[in-house]
Design a protein around this ligand. Structure first.
Ligand SMILES: [Cu+2]
Length: 284
């Protein structure tokens, strides 16, 4: 090795791996209140304080990185990144591990717990690769929640998977409408002529379908339906476990709703309107 290569390697080796905005996730259990219910939930928090909302990871295209995961829960879990190669890790109780994240192509990916308790209690989020460069970017993590299942999971009891699934709450980024509209990541606020991206991940236990008023969106990426890339639609299905990215061109001013087309999913514990509703605001 010649001299400049030696020094370049030495300097690179001293740069800490993973100097990205969110390089640590804190897995914690805490109280999650969705009126009339209040249940224990699991989340990947953005810091060591309970937020009730799963943090989002962003990374550039084609750059390996590391991720620190701090398990503040008193039981072991299993963690998975749903990308090529299906990357799995074990998280021991109250342990901290460093995950080596591979280089990935542009798009959105799901990560989350894969053990039964972790899945039902809702610890899963999005990894966004190379989506922040050119456009404003929003994201919707979709969740459907059965209080009975969450209580059972919190107590360590088996989940009655064969019984009818009757979720009471339907969330975007762990919030129900109208609180969804207070989330700047979920409310699409742009100016006339802007182009923006929306990454949508279905972390729930049923399929969902979203109807956009006022706009057609163009499919940019899809984990389950890559053949749909390039389609322009005003109604977008998101299968269980699917993550996709759509592009929206704000070609008219105004306020427009976006909502789940399944009517039960636009209620909060049976009351309409609620659940999976957000809005697009286009300023002049
Ligand atoms: Cu509609």
């Amino acid at each position: 090795m010649n001299n400049w290569k030696f020094w370049t390697c030495l300097i690179l080796a001293m740069v800490p791996f993973g100097t990205f905005a969110q390089d640590t996730l804190w897995l914690a259990r805490g109280e999650w209140t969705q009126i009339p219910d209040s249940v224990q939930a699991l989340r990947f928090n953005a810091n060591d304080e309970w937020s009730g909302v799963n943090a989002t990871l962003t990374r550039p295209v084609d750059a390996a990185s590391s991720l620190v995961v701090v398990n503040l829960d008193s039981i072991a879990h299993t963690w998975k990144l749903e990308a090529e190669g299906e990357l799995d890790w074990d998280l021991a109780a109250l342990d901290t591990i460093v995950l080596e994240m591979p280089e990935l192509q542009a798009g959105a990916y799901r990560f989350g717990l894969t053990d039964e308790i972790g899945r039902v209690m809702g610890a899963s989020g999005q990894l966004q690769i190379g989506l922040e460069a050119d456009y404003a970017h929003f994201h919707w993590n979709l969740g459907d929640w059965s209080v009975a299942r969450m209580v059972a999971a919190d107590l360590g009891l088996p989940i009655a998977w064969n019984e009818p699934y009757v979720p009471e709450q339907f969330t975007i980024n762990e919030r129900t409408y109208p609180a969804v509209a207070d989330d700047p990541e979920a409310l699409v606020a742009v100016s006339l002529g802007d182009t923006c991206l929306i990454s949508i991940a279905n972390h729930g236990f049923m399929d969902h379908v979203f109807h956009f008023h006022g706009f057609h969106v163009t499919m940019i990426s899809s984990s389950h339906h890559p053949e749909r890339v390039g389609w322009s639609k005003d109604t977008v299905p998101i299968r269980m476990g699917e993550v996709l990215t759509v592009q929206l061109v704000a070609n008219q001013v105004g306020m427009y709703p976006v909502h789940n087309h399944n009517l039960i999913a636009v209620t909060n514990a049976g009351f309409y309107p609620g659940g999976m509703i957000t809005q697009i605001h286009v300023a002049p």
